[in-house]
Design a protein around this ligand. Structure first.
Ligand code: SF4
Ligand code: SF4
Length: 387
């Protein structure tokens, strides 16, 4: 119990220890891969993902830790009143609003690994995984007692729901398992199937089984080429990931908010170029200049919570790199975010004859002649939808 207590002192919300075993879910991976559900995610077929011994020879104990990343900001399904400025806005998955979770998790896991070194005098090896290696953390989490694997395929905890990041330390130490009887927590999904019914792209082929090729998270983050025609409309305003199958889950209804500032939505001070003219306005607003944080009102700032699609679509590669350093969003790369913003603009409900419509049309026209064929084609598609 020392490990679990130390992890909590270091700020983890949950921690459990399990012996590195061949759990049944690890073996199901092969069939899932054979059905082609992984799409272009080649790293998922790494055989080491099916056996921790192959990933880390000599491993005996697996310490699984969870960090709550829920914030008190609205869910996608609750955002009925968008900022009343006529600006089309996109949705970024909650997990990517703040600092890159890999870095936050890894720093805390390293502290825990250092605490192990102080506690145990015998020589041992330990390796930290924060979604950074061939390890299926959620399966180990289940057998370490952190929760159950829900029909939406995510780990669910009765108290925290599913807004949690999972990380692990693999070690050659023989640690006492958290669950003395080895029996994982029960599946509390019951007869519920809200996540399955709410998925806009019907990505669940059956309860507990997802075809990632249809999932908006895969499409907007992992897929490198053009988004499939038949799914573009269902993607709606999602520009990075999707939260719907978590938003609707009853176990997330009362999930507490994190105290960690790192996971709050990042905001970026507006610049004269990035603040658009509103209807009836003829000049750009005077923005404060000089050192220090500008005293602009909140609406002038760009935010990762409901970001303006125009801001994302207009972004050049250098700005993308600068703004998303230390953010999980960099995974989709500049081309991905511009492609996704174009598709979301094509799905937006723009009113013709407004200055916003004119600005967006001009922007899409410009992007439609981009040398990047994926961006150019996505912009053309969007233009055809809003004109
Ligand atoms: S993340 Fe969105 S698209 Fe993917 S399975 Fe869940 S609801 Fe469906
Ligand atoms: S929405 Fe219902 S079925 Fe889906 S994971 Fe949550 S409890 Fe389980």
């Amino acid at each position: 119990m020392w490990v679990e207590a130390r992890a909590k002192e270091l700020g983890f919300d949950l921690c459990g220890v399990v012996s590195a075993g061949k759990f049944p879910e690890l073996q199901h991976t092969e069939e899932w891969l054979a059905r082609g559900f992984a799409g272009e995610m080649k790293y998922l077929s790494d055989p080491r993902r099916r056996n921790a011994q192959d990933a880390f020879p000599g491993v005996r104990g697996v310490i699984v830790c969870a960090l709550n990343y829920n914030t008190d900001s609205s869910r996608w399904i609750d955002v009925t009143h968008w900022p009343n400025d006529g600006e089309p806005r996109g949705w970024i998955s909650r997990y990517a609003w703040g600092d890159d979770y890999h870095e936050v998790l890894q720093a805390k896991l390293r502290e825990l690994a250092a605490a192990l070194r102080e506690r145990f005098a015998e020589p041992f090896q330990a390796r930290v995984y924060a979604d950074t290696g061939p390890l299926q953390e959620r399966i180990f989490a289940k057998y370490a007692g952190l929760g159950w694997l829900g029909k939406n395929t995510l780990l669910l905890n009765q108290r925290l729901g599913s807004w949690i990041f999972l990380g692990a330390i693999l070690t050659t130490l023989d640690l006492a398992p958290t669950l003395e009887d080895g029996v994982p927590p029960p599946d509390l999904c019951g007869t519920c199937r809200r996540c399955i019914d709410a998925c806009p792209t019907q990505a669940f082929v059956e309860p507990y089984v997802m075809d990632a090729r249809r999932c908006i998270s895969y499409l907007t983050i992992e897929l490198r080429g053009a988004l499939p025609d038949e799914l573009r409309e269902s993607i709606g305003n999602h520009v990075f990931g999707c939260d719907i199958c978590q938003d609707v889950c009853p176990w997330n209804r009362r999930a507490p908010a994190t105290l960690l500032e790192e996971f709050r939505p990042r905001t970026f001070p507006a610049t004269a170029e990035s603040v658009p003219l509103q209807d009836g306005q003829t000049e750009y607003l005077e923005l404060p200049s000089g050192p220090g944080p500008p005293e602009t009102s909140d609406w002038l700032d760009e935010s990762l919570f409901l970001p303006r699609l125009e801001w994302l679509a207009k972004m050049d590669e250098a700005e993308f790199r600068r703004l998303f350093r230390g953010s999980a969003i960099k995974r989709t790369k500049w081309r991905g975010i511009v492609r996704n913003a174009c598709i979301a603009l094509g799905n937006s409900d723009l009113h013709r004859g407004t200055s916003v419509h004119q600005r967006i049309s001009e922007l899409l026209q410009r992007l439609s002649s981009s040398v990047d064929t994926v961006i150019a084609e996505s912009a053309l598609w969007a233009l055809s939808r809003i004109q």
